[in-house]
Design a protein around this ligand. Structure first.
Ligand SMILES: *Cc1c(COP(=O)(O)O)cnc(C)c1O
Length: 451
């Protein structure tokens, strides 16, 4: 018997069990995504904006393969939770959603990132995908494609209210309005929305940041006034990301765009924990140990000798590394090591005969693997090759002692977003609770991925 630090997964039946076993054979790590958690997180976010009839719709932001959770399954779970919009940065992903079978009767889709010289605008228009425009060249390119297709393009005008990334600045906006009004009256552009993005809404304890967000809101409203004056009032205004959806109800407007909240995380630990906001992390990353062995005190562990065994101990190979998206910055150093400093490596939940304990990545994260110092003898702990460990999951309380992506973000000096988004697709994605999806939607999932 191997020890298992993961929960007893609620597998639906024989097919699910076969899929689980196949995934274990295929790869020594699995990302298990709970579709019910995704669905419930979205339902909660819809509640937060006042429910389905509040006048504020919710977009599930599913860019970057749904932050690593799997584009189509996460999009379907978001729809099951009451999202009526989906959003992707890359236009390719917007097209994938339509091709998977999510039609315009199910969801509006907005895409906002492209190289205007080469973008598939015609295909986007034909597939009823809303397009963001934030440059003068972009307006011309979208209008030209709409003219060719013979159908108006639905556009959302991106304004730079202070984020300093995409969108029109106030200085150039008159030139944009001149083009937009001309194309709108020609009937090639349907000006659906006006939108912008917030830079620092996720740190409510920082007064300067709160003031900067206030200023962005004022700038946003000034852009709206200019559109109204030009005769192209936006029907749908949207500014709020997860942070502002949760903590700034006054700027929900007609649509909000939560991303990380759908996956169950608060945007920044400055806002507290996911549970403070009614959110549950949807992904668990687990792995099966490779070689487990005893090493003597003073033994160097992994590249660079940044960690030396402090006492006689056992180590275990965890067979995922930076080629899987495990951050090398989550390596573990100790004072005995070559750097002479302590850096806590990424935390891992390990099961022992005495119950669960947290061990840490010890020494440098390698390409395909890292090493855990078990801080004890494997034979006494009952730890063996093949045991399942958990890198992160929903948290499941103090007693359960399960790390979250926020804990890995701390170890890797980054944000939770990067922890799950970086996970490579060679790690199988497996889906729990597919029964929260309507039957027709379940048919859109890869049948081998359903537990
Ligand atoms: C990623 C993104 C969002 C979602 O942000 P979260 O912090 O994940 O809620 C919203 N709008 C735009 C433009 C984005 O790029």
């Amino acid at each position: 018997m191997t020890l298992n630090a993961a929960p007893q997964w609620r597998i639906s039946g024989e097919q699910g069990q076969r899929n689980y076993e196949r995934a274990l054979r295929r790869y020594p790590a699995q990302a298990i995504v709970d579709l019910k958690a995704l669905r419930d997180n979205m339902a909660h976010l819809v509640d937060v904006v006042g429910g389905p009839n509040s006048g504020t719709a919710v977009m599930g932001v599913v860019k970057a393969d749904a932050y690593g959770h799997g584009l189509v399954p996460a999009a379907l779970a978001a729809l099951a939770g009451g999202a009526t919009w989906l959003g992707t940065a890359q236009s390719h992903e917007a097209l994938v959603l339509r091709k998977a079978g999510i039609g315009p009767d199910r969801a509006h889709i907005l895409t906002w990132l492209y190289n205007g010289a080469e973008a598939p605008f015609g295909e986007l228009i034909e597939n009823d995908i809303d397009i963001s425009v934030g440059s003068l060249d972009g307006i011309d390119a979208v209008a030209a494609a709409a003219r060719t297709i013979g159908r108006p393009a639905r556009v959302h005008v991106k304004v730079d209210s202070g984020f300093g990334r995409n969108g029109f600045t106030p200085q150039i906006f008159d030139a944009a309005l001149a083009k937009l009004t001309r194309y709108a009256s020609e009937g090639v552009l349907d000006i659906v929305g006006q939108w912008s993005h917030l830079a620092v809404a996720d740190m409510p304890s920082n007064e300067e940041f709160v003031a900067a967000t206030d200023a962005q809101v004022e700038n946003f409203k000034a852009f709206t006034a200019r559109m109204e004056k030009a005769g192209i009032p936006p029907r749908i205004r949207h500014l709020a990301n997860t942070a502002a959806t949760l903590n700034r109800p006054e700027i929900h407007f007609e649509l909000t765009r939560p991303g990380v909240g759908l996956y169950g995380y608060e945007p920044d630990p400055d806002m507290g924990e996911p549970s403070d906001w009614g959110l549950t992390p949807a992904m668990t990353l687990q792995a099966q140990l490779g070689t487990v062995k005893d090493v003597e005190a003073g033994h160097g562990i992994s590249y660079g000798r940044t960690y030396l065994a402090e006492e006689d101990t056992s180590t275990a190979v965890m067979p995922v590394g930076y080629a899987d998206g495990i951050h090398r910055s989550a390596s573990g150093f100790n004072t005995a090591g070559a750097k002479g400093i302590v850096h806590l490596g990424g935390p891992v939940r390990l099961m022992t005969v005495d119950g669960p304990r947290i061990v840490r990545v010890s020494g440098r994260v390698c390409m395909d693997q890292c090493v855990l110092d078990l801080r004890g003898k494997a034979s006494e702990l009952g730890v063996r090759e093949g045991d399942t460990v958990v890198l992160f999951g929903p948290g499941r309380g103090e007693v359960y002692a399960e790390p979250t992506a926020d804990d890995w973000a701390r170890a890797a000096d980054t944000i939770s977003y990067e922890i799950f988004t970086c996970l490579r697709n060679r790690i199988p994605r497996l889906y729990l609770n597919a029964d929260v999806l309507p039957e027709a939607d379940r048919a859109m999932l890869d049948p081998e991925s359903v537990l």
